[in-house]
Design a protein. Structure first.
Length: 332
């Protein structure tokens, strides 16, 4: 059932993507905000309680609905799996940013590309040269593909194999969302997200993303230039991450980017965007990022097409593996 659920979810998401600001994501934002406001009293254990309610609450709810529907009829459980994957999995939740910037660069409109990148990442990109625009688009797009597609696939596949339905997909996406949303809210005056909650969310996200990040890196190596990807992974994974993240999340990010750099022979890393967040207050946001770069060619427009091919080949690889696992379960 896992293979068909993922296939149907991807097809539906391509045909009718979720609109920005949709009701489901609005509800999840409200839930994460409610959890921090009502359960976060500032101490370490309060942070873990708030995180558990914010993340494990929806996860257990998705699992309970799956089990209840399975008792009624497996087809209903299958439809529920597709619906949850439709919300948590998909390219169209971020790919329009990539496409718009690529089209602007293709037409030679670098000013528009800078504006679109700044609007996407909420940073000041006004002085970036063309190669740096391409590099940042590659890095942000690959990480978005990992977090919206491959990470969700990894956790969904593992837990679904144990009969836990879409719980893995919800766990992964909620963990990533809560960490990002609380970090955003903590920089806004009067929002009340404590350091205890931020620490719990950061640590949990680093642990939950540990295995998916390495699965994504391995998939990129298999469908790309294997030896170069593995070599880059070994030597540069710990260098390709900006300051401000916890250690484990830092390494997870570096693993994905290092493997990407080797897989398509592109230089990643270097001076990061100076994060002039337009509506946030944080003195550390204007610090420069990583200074280490990977070997490879200077980022250019052709690399964007290479990244698209790399990601889609990885999706095909995942689908083949899921199909083989499904077939093995049916025959076994």
């Amino acid at each position: 059932m896992s293979f068909l659920a993922v296939l149907f979810a991807l097809l539906v998401e391509q045909a009718r993507p979720l609109a920005p600001g949709n009701a489901v994501h609005g509800l999840l934002r409200a839930w994460a905000r409610w959890s921090s406001r009502n359960l976060d009293a500032g101490r370490s254990h309060h942070g873990w309680v708030a995180w558990s309610v914010a993340v494990l609450g929806p996860t257990l709810a998705a699992l309970a609905i799956h089990l209840a529907l399975w008792r009624v009829h497996p087809v209903l459980a299958f439809v529920w799996n597709v619906a949850v994957l439709y919300v948590t999995l998909g390219f169209r939740q971020f790919s329009h940013h990539f496409t718009d910037i690529r089209d602007a660069l293709d037409m030679g409109d670098e000013a528009q590309a800078r504006h679109l990148l700044a609007d996407w990442q909420q940073v000041d990109a006004s002085e970036l040269p063309r190669s740096e625009i391409v590099r940042h688009v590659i890095e942000h797009s690959v990480l978005a593909a990992h977090r919206h597609v491959f990470g969700v696939l990894g956790w969904y596949s593992v837990l679904a194999a144990f009969g836990l339905g879409p719980a893995g997909a919800v766990l992964y996406r909620m963990s990533e969302f809560v960490q990002r949303y609380w970090a955003y809210k903590s920089r806004r005056p009067g929002e009340g997200v404590s350091s205890a909650s931020l620490q719990a969310a950061d640590r949990s996200w680093g642990l939950i993303d540990f295995l998916p990040a390495r699965m994504t890196a391995l998939a990129f190596a298999v469908v790309g230039s294997f030896e170069e990807a593995i070599d880059s992974w070994r030597h540069y994974a710990q260098e390709l991450a900006p300051p401000g993240l916890v250690a484990q999340a830092d390494r997870n990010r570096g693993v994905v980017l290092a493997a990407t750099a080797g897989a398509v022979n592109v230089r990643l890393g270097g001076s990061a965007l100076r994060a002039a967040k337009r509506d946030l207050i944080d003195a550390d946001l204007d610090q420069p990022g990583a200074t280490v770069t990977t070997p490879g060619r200077e980022p250019e427009l052709a690399h964007l097409r290479s990244i698209v091919g790399l990601v889609w080949r990885s999706v095909v690889l995942w689908m083949v593996l899921l199909a083989l696992l499904t077939l093995a379960r049916l025959l076994g």
